[in-house]
Write a protein that binds this ligand. Structure first.
Ligand SMILES: *[C@@H]1O[C@H](CO)[C@@H](O)[C@H](O)[C@H]1NC(C)=O
Length: 389
């Protein structure tokens, strides 16, 4: 929170110039349901660290998690500064009628748009993390076993309900079968022959998400998985092939344990495929070839990028999480959260002693005064002309 000094020129030599962070004010945090604790508490910690008051809205979060947060936060935190609304989605509209100083929203695009409209009414700043369709390119040259293990973990952990997970695979037609084989081996290693019996495999968070994801299973052809159980909201780890770009499974975010595999002839085609769509939350590439990784890094854009692994970039504590384009705005976590929830105030504490420099700005104007002024406003002789701007 220390003020950050700003570089000085001749004319500001005796002044104090700095940027001071201050709390934005009252922040509304609308937590995401897919990882309720992380998606509520990580932003909350940042907002508190930056000195804000917080209203935490637990919209759409599972009842057990919401009840626990609603009980624990008022017990342990200052009730004058931090307030929890257990809330449901239709209450959110009423909450949003109030004026906040900043809104932090994690969730789906439809509610996200409502949040943006509500924020616009009061010109409230926002941080948004909405979903995206994250491509994952598996290059011919990569270590296929390793790639399959890491992708299977990332796609099927939390029953696929992570907005940062690989949403679809792009690979060469020749390696598709081999890759699917490896994926299937990994799924068996992780969850056994019947994942439904595994204590390590999750369920869909609620009926709405269950039916939404179940309906996607009719796209293309199921190569393994595909089993469902309405009673348990269970959807098996599933891989799809022969999926068309216009199929529902390729339109909106899947947020479930379903992985479509699409084929491309080469790297250029993969990059072209990705760049034809909205920028995703994350881009993943598995390759042994450094040039392939660099190409993806330079020629695509996304909230985050990770080569040779998936999702880990958002798990490393020192790395921020963030979005771009229509997947959201802003980055957060750790110091980046502090910045996201702070206002940077530009401060000049002016010295009144050197009026002899100051008077140069007053009319009547002369060439001599202009020359002196340019000199006084420059930081160094070398860069004087651009620095004055
Ligand atoms: C990425 O993984 C491949 C194995 O598939 C390995 O050869 C390569 O060195 C890795 N890249 C980096 C930057 O470590």
């Amino acid at each position: 929170m220390q003020p950050v000094p700003v570089q000085k020129s001749m004319s500001s030599l005796l002044d104090r110039c700095f940027v001071q962070t201050e709390p934005i004010g009252v922040v509304l945090i609308i937590g995401g349901w897919s990882f309720p604790f992380q998606l509520c508490l990580i932003p909350l910690v940042g907002a508190v660290a930056a000195g804000n008051c917080v209203v935490l809205h637990l919209s759409g979060i599972g009842t057990h998690a919401a009840n626990l947060l609603h009980k624990l936060i008022p017990t342990y935190m200052d009730n004058d500064c931090y307030h929890v609304i257990p809330g449901s989605n239709h209450q959110l509209g009423r909450v949003l009628e109030n004026k906040f100083d900043h809104i932090f929203y994690t969730g789906d695009r439809v509610t996200g748009k409502e949040v943006i409209q509500a924020a616009a009414k009061h010109i409230t700043s926002m941080s948004l993390v909405l979903g995206g369709k994250n491509p994952c390119y598996v290059d011919k040259s990569c270590d296929l076993k390793l790639a399959a293990r890491r992708i299977a973990w990332a796609r099927f952990v939390n029953a696929g309900q992570s907005s940062i997970a690989p949403e679809y695979i792009l690979c060469h037609p020749e390696m598709r079968e081999c890759f699917i084989n490896e994926l299937q081996i990994c799924v068996q290693e992780f969850y056994g022959k019947t994942p439904q019996d595994s204590p390590n495999y999750g369920r869909m968070a609620n009926m709405e998400h269950y039916h939404r994801v179940k309906s996607l299973l009719s796209c293309g052809k199921v190569v393994f998985g595909g089993e469902t159980d309405d009673g348990e909201r269970y959807i098996a780890p599933t891989v799809l092939i022969d999926v068309q770009e216009c199929d529902p499974v390729m339109q909106s975010e899947i947020l479930g344990p379903v992985l479509p595999i699409l084929t491309v002839q080469n790297l250029d085609e993969a990059i072209h495929f990705i760049n034809r769509k909205e920028r995703p939350l994350a881009v993943y590439v598995y390759s042994q070839n450094q040039q392939v990784i660099s190409d993806f890094l330079c020629r695509t854009s996304s909230g985050s990028f990770c080569s040779n692994d998936s999702m880990i970039q958002s798990v490393y504590a020192s790395m921020p999480c963030g979005a771009v384009g229509n997947t959201g705005v802003g980055i957060y976590r750790g110091k980046y959260s502090f910045e996201a929830f702070s206002h940077s105030r530009i401060c000049l504490l002016r010295n009144t002693a050197v009026e002899c420099v100051t008077y140069l700005r007053y009319p009547p104007y002369t060439d001599k005064a202009l020359r002196l002024l340019l000199w006084a406003c420059s930081f160094s002789r070398k860069k004087s002309w651009c620095q004055i701007l």
